[in-house]
Design a protein around this ligand. Structure first.
Ligand code: NAD
Length: 455
């Protein structure tokens, strides 16, 4: 049997533990248990399902610090950010418990003398597959709404955080859900594909666009619905009239939180030529305050990347930019004094559209900055990507903000702010950033078949 070896990327890859890879027979058995559990889970009704999920919320609540600490150890994220990640995940869980029933409320209307009822029925067995970058939050976003909606779940976490997956499974077990309602498997893309090839009815996937495209092919062959939250390369546009003092900390947080490993990060900065030098200089100064170091040190504000392969990918993207004429304003390399998957916060200018840092998703602390002359040019640059997750617009003029927001091809646009999500708002992308929506009534309804009965 294969093993997933878990290492600490921020402490020179010291081994943290190992988890057995789930064999195909176990994956099939868990799917079969989920299928057997489905009918009675559905028939319980949403209110009783919510009651049964409350002890799980309590288990997570009681283990907040442990959940944060183990996250820091396995993925290299600073403990302060990990605590925030667990708190935010719990906030979403709480919203789902409080509002899930309202999100899936039946609708009744009268049309030309007949009564029409619209109701939301679960699909069946949902295969839920998550990435590592928000290992608590993405688990909560994927698993809890599916269970509330009445789907049973077979879950697979990322191979980068198998020990975290085990912790989540243990806490879920303490909640004593009926057998088969939730189970977990372990492995990488191979086991993920085996899960999806099994007798499942719905796919909920968060991860890279590359994997999403492979998964879409599997879904097409089986003819099952797939919901996908994929990569992003969000533009942030800074107009001539923007309040640069207020924009700088938001841009730094947006690009450098979680060492830049954030689907929704501002990954391409587009600045009016009249403010370019000023903004680049202020960002460079602000970045000096980032404390790169061990994630368990309370003063650390940036830890390591998740793995060696992420550092190698980032180095190759930065090297490509330099070879094509980009200039490093700050950073651009691994720090000399830290052993592990570290990379310095980096700003690049003299960016060309052919550079990989512009064309590809950059999943690390590197910010390419370009200038623009006209609003039309800013919009063209913002849309010059195969992704369409989000965008940020910084301007003092609400009319400019509204006009530009209407022309950017992305699922959520933030004006003079960044990363302000809410559990009741739809989350998801245009273009290759995904398909369907999570959260709120739009997200919950995606997890259901919609049935109309008229009389
Ligand atoms: P990844 O695609 O490599 O892996 C994600 C998960 O999918 C893992 O559990 C992996 O084992 C599994 N997987 C990979 N290939 C598969 C296949 N062919 N079949 C079945 N399962 C497969 O992504 P990652 O490196 O873990 O995460 C980073 C990516 O996730 C980035 O692109 C980031 O933007 C994206 N992401 C998106 C969102 C969002 O909400 N849009 C949120 C977080 C992360």
């Amino acid at each position: 049997m294969g093993l997933l070896i878990s290492t600490n990327p921020a402490r020179n890859f010291e081994v943290l533990g190992q988890v057995p890879v789930s064999p195909l027979t176990e994956i099939q058995e868990k799917i079969s248990l989920a299928r057997n559990a489905f009918h009675s889970w559905k028939e319980l009704g949403i209110d009783k399902r919510i009651v049964l999920l409350k002890p799980i919320f309590q288990e997570f609540q009681n283990n907040k610090e442990m959940l944060a600490k183990n996250m820091a150890l396995e993925i290299g994220k600073p403990i302060v950010e990990c605590r925030k990640g667990v708190e935010t995940g719990l906030k979403y869980f709480n919203d789902f418990l409080d509002n899930g029933a309202a999100y899936l409320q039946d609708e009744t209307k009268k049309i030309e003398g007949t009564i029409h009822h619209i109701s939301f029925e679960p699909f069946g067995v949902a295969a839920v597959i998550s990435p590592w970058n928000f290992p608590f939050g993405s688990f909560i976003w994927g698993v809890i709404p599916n269970l509330i909606a009445g789907n049973t779940v077979v879950f697979k976490h990322s191979e980068e955080c198998p020990l975290y997956g085990e912790i989540l499974e243990k806490l879920m077990k303490k909640g004593n859900l009926p057998k088969g309602v939730f189970s977990e498997i372990y492995g990488d893309a191979t086991q993920g594909a085996q899960l999806l090839q099994g007798d499942i009815t719905l796919i909920w996937f968060t991860g890279s666009t590359r994997a999403g495209q492979a998964i879409y092919q599997i879904a097409a062959g089986k003819f099952v619905k797939v919901l996908m939250e994929l990569g992003g390369s969000n533009p942030a546009i800074v107009f001539e009239d923007a309040d640069i003092g207020k924009a700088v900390p938001k841009l730094v947080a947006s690009r450098f939180t979680n060492a830049g490993q954030f689907c929704d990060a501002a990954k391409r900065l587009i600045v009016h030529e009249s403010r370019f030098d000023e903004l680049v200089e202020k960002l460079a100064v602000s970045i000096q305050e980032i404390r790169l170091g061990d994630p368990l040190d309370e003063k650390t504000t940036m830890g390591s990347l998740v793995a060696k392969r992420q550092v190698k990918l980032l180095e190759s993207q930065v090297k490509d930019a330099i070879q094509k004429g980009a200039k490093i304003v700050t950073g651009g390399k691994k720090p000399g004094n830290l052993k592990g998957a570290y990379f310095e916060p980096t700003i690049l200018v003299n960016i060309k559209p052919t550079m990989r840092v512009w064309k590809e998703e950059v999943f690390g602390p590197v910010l390419p900055i370009v200038s623009f002359k006209t609003e039309t040019e800013a919009i063209r640059l913002a849309n010059d990507t195969e992704y369409g997750l989000g965008a940020e617009i910084y301007t003092a003029n609400p009319e400019t903000a509204k006009r530009v927001a209407g022309q950017i091809d992305a699922g959520f646009i933030e004006i003079n702010q960044a990363n302000h999500w809410h559990a009741s708002n739809p989350f998801g992308g245009f273009k290759k950033s995904g398909m369907g929506r999570e959260l709120g009534k739009y997200g919950f309804q995606e997890l259901c078949q919609i049935k109309l009965i008229s009389e």
